[in-house]
Design a protein around this ligand. Structure first.
Ligand code: PLP
Length: 359
């Protein structure tokens, strides 16, 4: 399997000789994902969760099958813990608005790491501003590690919520989520995991990790754009008010008010992205067919080759750990005296697509 040419599975890559290296931003999609989206519209298209005729029931079944596959993929205890969102950003915002805003009080502390993506930082800045909670930062080492002493000193009785990326989109390092969850739970705090960069590259087990919330995006996992996932523990989701209100998230409505649908539909207001969910299920099938052992070994070999090559470039500095196995396929670098946008433009003229800018 290791020698297989996966490139031929991707229509955009198969016909082109660009070196697409911006997978952390969004991955290309294999034909099976494009086919699954198309198949939904060709065979089962109706508004899911609404139509009582056969097609409507089938559309709902396709959508709910996709949810079951996602639940198995992240080892959730129940499909009720899987909310379909648009992307990681929306999943984290759902937690910020529906869990944190009603819960947090002045003086409570929210803890994030210094290496968070803006999507796992701005929602917490908003919560802090609106509730009077204090936003604190965990500093990491040059290699991207979060030493035990730093975690133990930072997570206190005041901590109510810890938000952390499982894998950093800058350094590719894997953060000690298990340890963070243990410390946070000892103090009664909940843990929100940004799995945008981990779910596509390593097995994620929400039950073993005992995380409270975990979000990821379909499009970073070879799935369609516009479909994402929020996992939440059932007992927490159950107590939270809806994030968005409107169609499909209600059980009954009168002139004065409404009662809300049960989980997970309480958090899925409006017409859902069922074709996107079917595409994401196909992407998960594709990943599972190859297997994370193969994916991780292949990514490590490619990272090693990239790092060895980059080290030969004068004035180039690789950020983060020395060891390719601690990069989850992400290699960030600077070149002394050269603006990153210039580096990207020069590489682009050779058909090499990389991400450049402020991270
Ligand atoms: N979190 C991390 C670690 C990411 O790398 C990204 C995207 O680059 C996001 C969150 C945001 O993902 P999305 O734009 O799909 O919401």
């Amino acid at each position: 399997d290791f020698k297989m040419d996966y490139k031929k599975d991707f229509p955009l890559l198969a016909e082109s000789d660009i070196a697409y290296l911006d997978n952390a931003a969004t991955e290309q999609r294999p034909a099976c994902v494009l086919d699954a989206e198309r198949e939904f519209y060709e065979r089962w298209n109706a508004n899911p969760l609404r139509g009582l005729y056969e097609l409507g029931v089938e559309a709902t079944e396709q959508y709910e099958h996709a949810r079951e596959r996602v639940a198995r993929f992240v080892h959730a205890k129940s499909e009720r813990e899987i909310i379909f969102t648009r992307n990681t950003t929306e999943g984290i915002n759902l937690v910020a608005y529906s869990y944190a805003l009603p819960q947090l009080k002045p003086g409570d502390e929210i803890l994030v790491t210094i290496m968070e993506h803006h999507s796992n930082l701005l929602p917490w800045q908003m919560v802090a501003r609106q509730t009077g909670a204090v936003l604190k930062f965990l500093e990491c080492t040059q290699e991207g590690t979060l030493p035990d002493e730093v975690l133990e000193a930072a997570i206190t009785e005041k901590t109510k919520l810890v938000a952390v990326a499982q894998v950093s989109n800058v350094l590719g390092c894997v953060n000690p989520v298990e340890k963070i969850v243990k410390l946070a739970h000892e103090k009664g705090a909940v843990v929100v995991v940004d799995a945008a960069q981990s779910a596509p590259h390593m097995p994620v087990d929400v039950t073993a990790l005992d995380v409270d919330f975990l979000a990821f995006s379909g499009h970073k996992l070879m799935g369609p754009m516009g479909i994402g996932v929020l996992y939440g523990k059932e007992e927490l989701l159950e107590k939270m008010p809806p994030f968005l209100t409107g169609g499909e998230m209600i059980s009954s409505v009168t002139r004065e008010g409404a009662t809300y649908a049960k989980l997970p539909h309480k958090f899925e207001a409006g017409t859902v992205n069922a074709a996107g969910a079917a595409g994401l299920a196909a992407a998960i099938r594709y990943v599972e067919k190859i297997g994370f052992d193969t994916i991780m070994a292949k990514e490590e070999a490619l990272t090693k080759r990239a790092m060895e090559g980059l080290k030969k470039v004068p004035h180039l500095h690789i950020l983060g750990d020395e060891a390719p196995e601690n990069h989850t396929g992400i290699v960030a670098f600077t070149i002394e005296g050269v603006h990153p946008h210039d580096v990207s433009e020069i590489l682009s003229s050779d058909g090499i697509d990389v991400r450049a800018g402020h991270h």
